[in-house]
Design a protein around this ligand. Sequence first.
Ligand code: NAD
Length: 477
Amino acid sequence: MTDTFFGHVIDGEEVASIDGKTFDVWNPWSQEVFAQAAEGGPEDADRAVTSARRAFDEGPWPRMGRAERAGHLHALADLMEARADELATLDSTNMGKPFAQAKHDVGRSVWNFRFFADHQRDHVGEVYPMDSGHHSYSEYGPAGVVAAISPWNFPLMMATWKAAPAIAWGNTCVIKPSEDTPASVTMLGRLAVEAGLPPGVLNVLNGHGAPAGSSLTADERVDRVTFTGSSQTGRLVMASAATHLAPVSLELGGKGANIVFDDADLDNAVHWAVESIFRNSGQVCLAGSRLFVQSGIREEFLARFTAAAEALTIGDPFDPATKFSSLASKRHFDKVASYVEGVGDDGGTLLTGGVDETGRWLVRPTIVTGLPLTAPAYCEEIFGPVCVVNTFDSEDEVVALANDTRYGLNAMLFTENLSRAHRVSSRLRAGTVWVNCFFIRDLRTPFGGVGDSGVGREGGDFSREFFTEPKAVVMQI
Ligand code: NAD
């Protein structure tokens, strides 16, 4: 099959849907359909889970030595590295991400496989010699079949963040990429076959949330559901998995607070303010979409932030000069544009940006001031390049403002005062706090969110706990 068709990858083969149905795959920059993908229905989901189940129950993967399994994951990572330009081209074409950013995401995806390949070798279990003379030890055996459902904003990176630990720990998996971005994940499935992973270990099921995704979550042969996407869909996924008591890990939406204190290194704070809300056109769960600047530096900070936003080169994702491009789909453009268009009615002012007038699915880097704290653009996840700025005077005030949200994925703070950095980090209700930086991840640390931002944590040993069935063995010696 050619790259103009993205099939399912099931049991080591790329296949069309049983009923032959397909859907359009778009290039949002050119606003053209560039491929077709297989539209997964309940029977295709059944086929994918059957393949994963058989590979788990009868295949070599869960029984394989850890070094051998790690070798397979590194072989896949090697292939991904060798084909990095193709993978990045697919993500840039399919979602409008600047090519350099897509290339960076491929690097992170490769690292997901390498990190968890080694992690499962090094974190085998613990032994506790007991005072009673017994020995107690823990064992982390694979859980079974994992359904990994991923979003469109980091198509390859998000899918590998779920699939890599799942298979590293000896499970088999079915990845269901977003219907908006099937391209790079389908290629990942092809590369897994080429790398020699046993059939059925890494399957890809294309199609829409319902019925493809919902058929996976409802299938009682699925032992774990790991999901990244919106809070609204997360609720449906959790309810469906609950019908057969499959544990869920949910990485959901965000409305990140970015706090700039008056003693911050302003060059650094401006740099990260721009990165955190305009990288990937703001289509980042961790985006710094609510910016709080201390009153004394408001004018200077806003002048610099606005200038930096306006300096971003907007254009074709494949032009090396491009730093900022279109939104990922017409549907998403309509959503982001409606928030921007509502700003004036709600009493806010656009310092810069707005909806592009050229007919592209583009919203320019947008900075908003003066919005009431009840305005939808302030409270809700826009998932686009829209930063709402407010001021504060005291630490207590800004902590209360930052925490006053249903979300709790992440926050950033910029200060040169070490005590304040620790104090405020500890008071913020968020799964991750970045101090004087953004987006840096150590894969050993927990990743996840509070409140509407998620359920559970992944990363390092947290992924091990989720993707295994920990067992205690107590032995009299
Ligand atoms: P979405 O919830 O619309 O879709 C996510 C995935 O779920 C897609 O693959 C979709 O097909 C599938 N899906 C939809 N309905 C389903 C159902 N009933 N059953 C099973 N699967 C179903 O989200 P999206 O628009 O693709 O992604 C954007 C959202 O993802 C934002 O809210 C963003 O904040 C969030 N996100 C969170 C993180 C994180 O780590 N917390 C990372 C990236 C994106």
